[in-house]
Write a protein that binds this ligand. Structure first.
Ligand code: GLA
Length: 393
């Protein structure tokens, strides 16, 4: 991303010089899918694709935002005292929600500001472009007004925006990965306690590829909420006998023994995924730490199968990509990443095979689905932060 170009755009639009620059990444999740809201573990990392902003404080109460990605929406403007969700404000509801809840958390935002944003995360691809804008706004307000917001609080405020302002009942994984990301490290996060640690990911001979189905995640939000509901139903039936607070507290054996408490077969399958996926995530980390990349890849594959058959959130596009990926030489593992229902999958592929992998999987996908998939090499980068006005990447 060229910050100099972003600064020029800012000057053209607002006719002043911006003062500070900020960045927030997107994320991929390596394993641990649909476990965060079940009190289980996730293992995501921040990627170097993300959202950039340049900004300047104003003297009055106006917030004026412009996105290079949505030029037809022009400048979106609102007053610091009127922070209601407004449909026509579109993407700007994310920053607006952040401003509102940061104020509600007791921070004083003494004036408005102007800001130009540009992202290079493919829109609607399930790489958390929305959480990226949330955390971008968090570091921007923190940096412009020297608020000193604790990072975990900022992450929780981002989640609150998603849940209460936007109305998507998501877990904490995306905001956490984007807020806490670290170059060349995955984050093992216990979503029940929020204890976490970094695990180095040094792939000297492999690349992590992101494969975009280019299927927008339509209906994803309602299906997502439906899955959450099913897991809650399973939990309450298990709680009749077991003293647990979350599905993530069960081992596979404990689940198997007690699964008959769950009356509905579909609901039972959902809960099985949540429990098994959580245990898989812990095993995956052990394998990674022991240098067993092959075993890590096998667990990724099992994760996809469970999301396909038990949790039923993949769909023909993601399955076609992942199943084509499994057949290629030099593939360690492949699975969908994020919420599912379209969006992206990831694969770990030997360096020498990357080119033919992209060609073969791309052709198989085009053949079967009738439109193109896109491929990107993922680098694991830092979390949201202020950046130099000079940076040009
Ligand atoms: C979305 C949500 C996350 C998480 C994943 C599934 O990305 O925002 O909280 O639930 O789906 O693992």
């Amino acid at each position: 991303m060229n910050i100099t170009k972003l600064i020029t755009t800012f000057r053209e639009i607002f006719e002043v010089q911006p003062e500070q620059a900020f960045f927030a990444p997107g994320r991929i999740n390596l394993i641990g899918e649909h476990t965060d809201y079940n009190g289980g573990h996730v293992f995501p990392c921040a990627i170097t694709y993300g959202t950039y902003a340049v900004a300047k404080k104003r003297e009055d109460n106006l917030v004026r935002l412009y996105s290079v990605n949505f030029p037809d929406k022009e400048i979106i403007e609102f007053d610091l005292t009127k922070l209601e969700y407004e449909k026509q404000h579109n993407w700007a509801n994310y920053p607006k929600g952040m401003i509102r809840y940061i104020k509600e958390a007791g921070f004083s935002i003494p004036s408005g500001f102007e800001c130009v944003i540009e992202g290079n995360i493919p829109n609607g691809a399930g790489l958390s472009s929305s959480a990226s804008i949330e955390l971008l706004t968090g570091v921007l307000l923190d940096g412009l007004f020297k608020l000193g917001i604790d990072r975990l609080d900022m992450i929780k405020i981002g989640k609150r925006v998603e849940n209460e302002f936007i109305g998507v009942n998501s877990g904490i994984m995306d905001q956490f990965a984007i807020g806490m990301g670290k170059e060349n490290a995955g984050i093992l996060l216990d979503c029940q306690t929020l204890n976490f640690h970094y695990a180095p990911i040094q792939l000297d001979h492999h690349k992590i590829l992101i494969m975009n189905t280019n299927k927008r995640r339509e209906l994803a939000d309602s299906k997502y909420n439906e899955r959450r509901g099913e897991c809650e139903e399973a939990l309450s039936q298990l709680q009749k006998k077991l003293p647990i607070e979350a599905l993530g507290q069960l081992t596979e054996a404990e689940f198997d023994e007690n699964q008959s408490l769950i009356a509905n077969e579909t609901v039972r399958k959902r809960a099985k995924h949540a429990v098994y996926e959580n245990m898989r995530t812990l095993k995956a980390l052990e394998e990674l730490n022991a240098g067993n990349l092959e075993a890590f890849g096998q667990l990724m594959n099992q994760s996809h199968i469970s999301l396909r058959d038990d949790y039923e959130v993949t769909g023909v596009e993601l399955d076609s990509l992942v199943e084509a990926a499994w057949k290629q030489p030099g593939v360690i593992g492949a699975r969908m990443t994020g919420a599912g229902f379209g969006g992206c999958a990831i694969a770990i592929v030997e360096n020498e095979q990357v080119e033919s992998f992209i060609e073969n999987v791309g052709a198989a996908y085009q053949d079967k689905i009738g439109h193109q998939a896109d491929f990107y090499v993922a680098s694991i980068g830092d979390g949201a932060k202020e950046i130099s006005m000079e940076v040009s990447e």
